[in-house]
Design a binder for this molecule. Structure first.
Ligand SMILES: Nc1ncnc2c1ncn2[C@@H]1O[C@H](COP(=O)(O)OP(=O)(O)OP(=O)(O)O)[C@@H](O)[C@H]1O
Length: 348
């Protein structure tokens, strides 16, 4: 691998519940290279946003441990003053809901000029024209007029473009996009994703793209990290992951996508939910309770991420025994084998 832009090691972010800290991000290690888009995927509650917020040091009441090396600095060791210069500068974030990221009482143009001022990116005399240029760059028609507007006067898609303009204003080396298109219509989604990709290539920056949408991942990512119950359970280059998914969770997620050949049949549903932080068995395979048809012996104790082919890492050996319950042929075959094995045991 080349020179890392971001290198996260054993990141553990814990929240207090009834007086005890429980990790929501549990030993996450992840690298991002310049010009690379890494997608972080997983269901709601798997710890994606908690990871992003930890990288940006935006949590108020969390205990954060591990190492977050960004361009040679461990962000977990630097003070808040220094972090303020990095946040919104070399490292920027696009949030899920543009309305919460914007100041409702401030004109758009002034909000962009403010970030240019804080990070000393442009001289005072240049800030206004550069703010308008940025609005035009993110595809906002009539940028002078939009610059004079307040956030509530714009559509959701336009607001997200403004948020992106603010995020790229200081030419960040790393962009963290947390579900950047969830709040938008499908047609606008594609435009916003194209825009992020275009700007990322232009700035040669790394992107951590958080999403639960595997269609977006296929479109955008170079590598994919699949997260479940606070841990990365599989990480691989995007083509490899879609072609040879291994972890039962990854395979279940991929199988819940509509395929042409499944037209008319029911989609696979992953039964159950991600366990609550204080109700989780942390010593075994965390996905085991959701695939009860796989024998307990198939799971490892304290499974670790293991490289199974170049750049492809999987946690827990249970992937070797896993079959999708919705795959009746394999299911029947395995059931048959289990019955035969059971019958032999009885015979002995
Ligand atoms: N501030 C907090 N205090 C306590 N628990 C929290 C806090 N933030 C997140 N959690 C818990 O941490 C776990 C991970 O949440 P997180 O929001 O990171 O998941 P996510 O994968 O980003 O989900 P979503 O897609 O819904 O945003 C969940 O169990 C959540 O309830």
């Amino acid at each position: 691998m080349g020179e890392e832009l971001l290198s996260v090691k054993n990141l553990t972010t814990s929240f207090k519940i009834d007086g005890t800290y429980y990790p929501a991000v549990d030993g996450v290690s992840l690298d991002i290279q310049p010009n690379e888009v890494v997608a972080l995927v997983g269901e709601s509650g798997s710890g994606k946003s908690a990871t992003a917020f930890s990288l940006m040091k935006l949590h108020r009441n969390a205990r954060i441990e591990g190492q977050v090396d960004f361009e040679g600095k461990d962000l977990l060791k630097i003070n808040e003053k220094k972090m303020n210069t990095i946040r919104g500068g070399e490292m920027a974030m696009i949030f899920q809901d543009p309305m919460t990221a914007l100041n409702p009482l401030m004109k758009i143009k002034l909000q962009i000029m403010e970030t240019l001022k804080i990070h000393k990116t442009k001289a005072k005399s240049e800030r206004e024209s550069y703010a308008i240029e940025l609005l035009s760059r993110v595809g906002i028609p009539n940028p002078e007029r939009v610059g004079e507007a307040f956030p509530h006067e714009l559509s959701g898609g336009m607001r997200q473009r403004v948020v992106i303009a603010i995020a790229i204003a200081n030419r960040p080396r790393l962009l963290i996009a947390d579900e950047p298109t969830t709040a938008l219509d499908v047609t606008i989604q594609a435009q916003i994703l194209d825009l992020i990709r275009e700007l990322q290539e232009d700035l040669n920056s790394g992107v951590l793209l958080i999403t639960h949408d595997l269609g977006v991942v296929a479109e955008m990512a170079d590598r994919v990290a699949v997260m479940y119950a606070g841990q990365i359970v599989e990480i691989a280059p995007v083509k490899e992951l879609f072609k040879y998914p291994k972890h039962p969770y990854t395979r279940s997620l991929l199988n819940s996508l509509p395929h042409e050949e499944q037209m008319g049949s029911r989609l696979h549903v992953i039964e159950g939910v991600v366990p609550a932080l204080n109700k989780m068995d942390r010593d075994s395979c965390r996905f085991a309770p959701r695939i009860p048809w796989i024998p307990a012996e198939a799971h490892e104790h304290n499974p670790e991420l293991r490289e199974i082919s170049p750049e492809h890492y999987v946690r827990c050996t249970c992937y070797k025994d896993f079959y999708l319950k919705s795959d009746p042929d394999i299911g029947l075959q395995v059931e048959q084998e289990q019955m035969e094995n059971g019958a032999e045991e009885v015979k002995e």
